[in-house]
Ligand binder design. Structure first.
Ligand code: PEP
Length: 244
């Protein structure tokens, strides 16, 4: 199966960069494109979709969505139906920056996953332990707790789970292949036991680059990678895609 490469641009990029980068990607031959998903800042999504990616295989993700399902008096929020309207297919939920910097908790995140399902978006739910849980050996319990809220969702649909150890995000310190495989297998078992009737794709994220991506994607049960820093330069990101 084709691997999925999700590029998380976070709060980076201006129109000129989006224009230049996406024009470049749009011209790449199909063979250079695994299933690429670009998680752009909200403001640039419609622009990218309409001007550059109309007939492209590249898909768009939002980096978040509101936990409020319906339209209403929620200043500053964007819901799943609006994202769907704008041509978005995927949405990142529970990135560690949102959990730690913006205080998002498990209850809020489960509303978001439910809203994504109801809006026809595929959630990319990020889970991963802080360094303290890795060091004291409680990392699997930590991740199990992050996953446990999913059991409250009634109409479960296809989902992507990204294992992103917090200590490997943006640090250049990648988890070892053994560490990645252990957690991916754990998440796989957890999800298969409860939701085997949907398609579950597992990603790894945290300091992925063109040197390490080949080994990561060769692990069992890995459906792709989530790339932050290295997705911001076309040359780096193209080099990653070429390794697939
Ligand atoms: C991320 O922020 O999801 C991420 C994986 O970042 P980086 O690749 O820079 O570690």
């Amino acid at each position: 199966m084709k691997k999925l490469i999700v590029a998380n641009w976070k709060m980076n990029g201006e129109l000129s960069k989006i224009n230049a980068d996406l024009s470049y990607y749009a011209k790449l031959p199909e063979t250079n494109k695994p299933n690429v998903v670009l998680a752009l800042p909200y403001l640039y999504i419609v622009w990218a979709k309409q001007r550059l990616l109309m007939n492209s295989q590249i898909k768009i993700a939002a980096q978040d969505l509101s936990h409020y399902r319906n339209c209403g008096a929620y200043t500053g929020k964007i819901n799943g139906s609006m994202l769907k309207d704008a041509g978005v297919d995927y949405v990142i939920i529970g990135h560690s920056e949102r959990r730690t910097l913006m205080g998002e908790n498990g209850a809020i995140l489960i509303h978001k996953v439910r809203n994504a399902f109801e809006s026809g978006l595929i959630p990319i739910l990020c889970v991963g332990e802080p360094l303290s849980a890795r060091d004291d050996g409680s990392y699997l319990q930590f991740i199990e707790l992050q996953l446990s809220g999913l059991e409250d969702i009634e109409s479960f649909k296809d989902i992507i789970i990204a294992y992103e150890p917090c200590w490997a995000i943006g640090t250049g310190k990648i988890a070892s292949l053994v560490e990645i495989q252990e957690v991916i297998d754990f998440i796989n078992r957890y999800m298969q036991k409860r939701f085997a009737y949907v398609k579950i794709t597992l990603l790894y994220g945290g300091s992925v680059n063109s040197q390490n991506v080949g080994d990561i994607l060769a692990l069992e049960n890995i459906g792709g990678v989530l790339v932050g820093g290295a997705s911001l330069k076309v040359t780096d990101f193209t080099a990653i895609c070429e390794k697939i």
